[in-house]
Design a protein. Structure first.
Length: 119
């Protein structure tokens, strides 16, 4: 129980650092700094930790990923997987489509999701 409380407090503390940076730019895309590319948008690449946290906070709700306790329950019973969250993030322009084939990224995201469900 204390471990889950400390995990939750750590996530909340991290939100005070992550969310202001997320709101500083338009969600999902940034403009290319390449002077030879005009009006091109590049997909943001969220880290596995950030993606797990964004899913927990409800940023992927429009793509069918539940938030908060419902997400933890869905992960625990297997109805939501790391792959589901990655696919939702691609739809929300939070991940590039190439990341779907990155087993290292998926493994790291699975570890982050396990951390949410451990007591």
């Amino acid at each position: 129980m204390q471990r889950s409380i400390s995990t939750l407090l750590t996530m909340l503390l991290a939100s005070t650092v992550i969310l202001p940076a997320a709101y500083a730019q338009s969600p999902g895309t940034t403009q290319s700094l390449n002077p030879y590319v005009t009006n091109s948008s590049v997909v943001d690449q969220s880290s596995p930790f950030n993606l797990a946290y964004l899913a927990y906070q409800g940023y992927l709700k429009d793509e069918g990923i539940p938030s908060n306790g419902a997400l933890i329950d869905a992960i625990a019973d297997g109805t939501i997987t790391a792959q589901d969250i990655m696919q939702a993030a691609v739809k929300a322009n939070r991940l590039s489509e190439q990341t779907l084939n990155n087993s290292g990224y998926r493994s790291s995201l699975e570890d982050q999701l396990k951390g949410l469900t451990e007591d």
